[in-house]
Ligand binder design. Structure first.
Ligand SMILES: Cc1cc2nc3c(=O)[nH]c(=O)nc-3n(C[C@H](O)[C@H](O)[C@H](O)COP(=O)(O)OP(=O)(O)OC[C@H]3O[C@@H](n4cnc5c(N)ncnc54)[C@H](O)[C@@H]3O)c2cc1C
Length: 553
């Protein structure tokens, strides 16, 4: 097996590159993917989102190490193991991130990745439908493969949430992916014609019709490096080991957990750590696996006094009915992820752009579907978006089949605690607004009894959950930055013919969910790899709250 480009992983970034690199027909491309098919309603029906993330068939099944600041809890770290990768098991929420996030990337050494540089790639990937809600067409793309839509917001609670945000004095926004992220407004989703619009559906499957693109189901064990150059990938399938050769380049897109793991197994990483596991060092890169970041969040749950929440469908009969309607018509409750209203706010005066995100849901339930509150309720997922806490992905052994060690060090920065308490209190303030008067029952979680800093801290320690946004473990930076793993063209520093392009290269976590920026990385990396020139930068200025220095709203 041999191709010009060999890509490890068919996820958000990998599937995108598979399509772009094979587009001209001039290059042969092989994509190596351990996961299998995404056929069936559990993946394709948006409202079923809590199922695949819990299924061994679709998820790598990772867990964090005991987190020292969360009472030693081990948090689940789901990662897609299926075509489309995590875009096939995620919550389908679509957020680019704030323009300033990417400007920060550029300032930290990722030159050429400012918002002006990445905006043309966000536009190229998008096929945006505003659903009659308005927005910023000049900032959006309308011909790309990735359909982005908005839920119908039929449930009155969606409007109540936006209204309450405004009543509390915060901004409104019609399009947080456009000029103005800050504010409350409709949420966007990667759902199209009632189906999950993963990168498998958007990019990979249409591209697989080309004869120059091949998908190979196998387990990638390591990158083969000869004389300082990546020449292929050692894979395992059907119990046999083989080598897939790359004429030009190997591209690692195995996610922020498996990409650093694969690099380390290939001899690229902190030399002393590799030596501990008997791995020959090809490139001593101390940053591999470091700089692990994530979003941590809480669900603030409130009982509803009116029986209008999704709880009325949260039973076998209700689910069967929604499932049948989706199966036959691709419509009804099954056709939305039910995250249809959002909010982005700043935690305090002096913070220039939003650092808190809300997802609103008209039912009180855990993200992974494990526990719904008894009775009608609603909730906001909330959490600080720019924590200074950093963790690491390291090897437990030199055996590729072993899971790596994942330690986030959540809440290790003292500011995290102040920020999280504020998140709880500001959500309570929003739920207390007149817009919720007709719906508001008792607070379910954290519960009205939790008021003091100590009580809130105890709740956070026990209940904070990952929003499933790990990133940063193969950080992009200047070629002379010792901690950087890839340069600004996604080339692994110190090895020829090898790139990493996925969520692991983010220097810092963006202010939003990570599917969109991961796909953007796939789009932009494709142009770097093809070497045919980049899309011209578009200089735009995002809306910045004129009161940011004196007020949080
Ligand atoms: C449960 C969940 C919910 C989420 N919700 C949202 C959301 O609502 N909105 C949002 O924007 N983001 C969300 N995210 C985050 C987002 O989906 C991911 O950050 C993004 O998909 C990461 O893309 P990636 O290209 O880095 O990796 P992935 O998409 O994870 O792709 C990696 C691919 O590589 C394959 N692979 C890995 N190792 C090997 C190997 N050794 N051999 C062969 N193949 C291999 C994997 O099977 C996978 O297909 C969520 C994530 C999860 C897990």
């Amino acid at each position: 097996m041999q191709a010009d480009f060999v890509i490890i992983g068919s996820g958000s970034a990998g599937a995108t590159m598979a399509a772009r690199l094979s587009e001209s027909g001039r290059h042969s491309v092989i994509v190596l993917e351990f996961g299998g098919s995404d056929i069936g309603p559990l993946i394709q029906m948006p409202a079923a989102l809590s199922y695949p993330m819990n299924m061994a068939m679709y998820d790598w099944g990772y867990k964090s190490e005991p987190e020292p600041h969360l009472g030693g809890r081990q948090l689940v770290v789901p990662r897609g193991k299926v075509v489309g990768g995590s875009s096939s098991i995620n919550g389908m929420v679509y957020v680019r991130g704030h323009a300033r996030d990417f400007d920060t990337w550029a300032q930290s050494g990722a030159k050429g990745w400012s918002y002006a540089d990445v905006l043309p790639y966000f536009k190229r990937m998008e096929n945006w439908h505003d659903g009659g809600h308005g927005g910023d067409p000049a900032w959006r793309g309308t011909d790309g493969p990735l359909h982005v839509t908005r839920g119908k917001r039929d449930n009155p609670l969606f409007k109540a949430f936006v209204e309450a945000g405004a009543q509390a004095g915060f901004e409104r926004t019609d399009d947080y992916n456009g000029e103005k992220q800050e504010g409350f407004g409709p949420m966007e989703q990667t759902v199209w014609n009632g189906r999950r619009w993963s990168t498998a559906n958007a990019y990979l499957k249409p591209a697989l019709k080309r004869s120059n693109l091949e998908l190979v189901k196998c387990f990638a064990r390591r990158v083969v490096i000869e004389n300082g150059r990546a020449v292929g990938v050692e894979i395992e399938r059907g119990g046999r080991k083989e080598i897939v050769r790359a004429n030009r380049e190997v591209i690692v897109s195995a996610s922020s957990i498996n990409s650093p793991k694969l690099l380390m197994l290939s001899g690229i990483g902190p030399a002393a750590h590799l030596a501990e596991h008997g791995i020959d060092v090809m490139a001593d890169r101390p940053g591999v696996g470091q700089n692990l970041q994530d979003h941590l969040e809480l669900y603030i749950q409130q009982a509803s006094t009116q029986p209008i929440t999704l709880y009325k469908h949260w039973n076998l009969w209700g689910k069967a009915l929604a499932g049948a309607q989706w199966l036959f018509f691709k419509s009804g409750l099954g056709a939305s992820n039910q995250f249809e209203s959002a909010g982005f706010i700043r935690s305090r005066a002096g913070v220039e752009y939003p650092d808190i995100q809300f997802h609103f849901l008209p039912i009180a339930v855990r993200y992974d579907g494990q526990a719904a509150a008894e009775g009608h309720g609603f909730q906001a997922h909330v959490g600080p978006m720019r924590s200074a806490s950093r963790g690491a992905v390291t090897l437990k052994s030199g055996d590729p089949k072993q899971s790596p060690s994942i330690l986030f060090n959540y809440m290790s920065d003292p500011q995290d605690w102040a920020d999280f308490r504020h998140c709880i209190r500001v959500t309570r303030e929003i739920f207390a607004q007149p817009a919720f008067d007709a719906f508001r029952g008792a607070e379910i979680l954290p519960g009205a009894a939790a008021q003091s800093d100590d009580e809130l801290d105890a709740h956070i320690r026990e209940h904070a959950e990952s929003a499933y946004h790990p990133c940063g473990t193969c950080r992009m930076g200047a070629a002379d930055d010792r901690q950087a793993v890839v340069d600004v063209q996604c080339r692994v520093i110190g090895v020829d013919g090898l790139r990493v392009a996925d969520s692991s290269i983010f220097p810092t976590i963006p202010n939003g969910n990570l599917n969109a920026p991961s796909i953007m990385v796939g789009e932009k990396a494709s142009d770097h790899i093809l070497g045919q020139g980049m899309l011209p930068p578009e200089q735009v200025q995002p809306w910045i709250n004129p009161r940011w220095q004196e007020s949080d709203r």
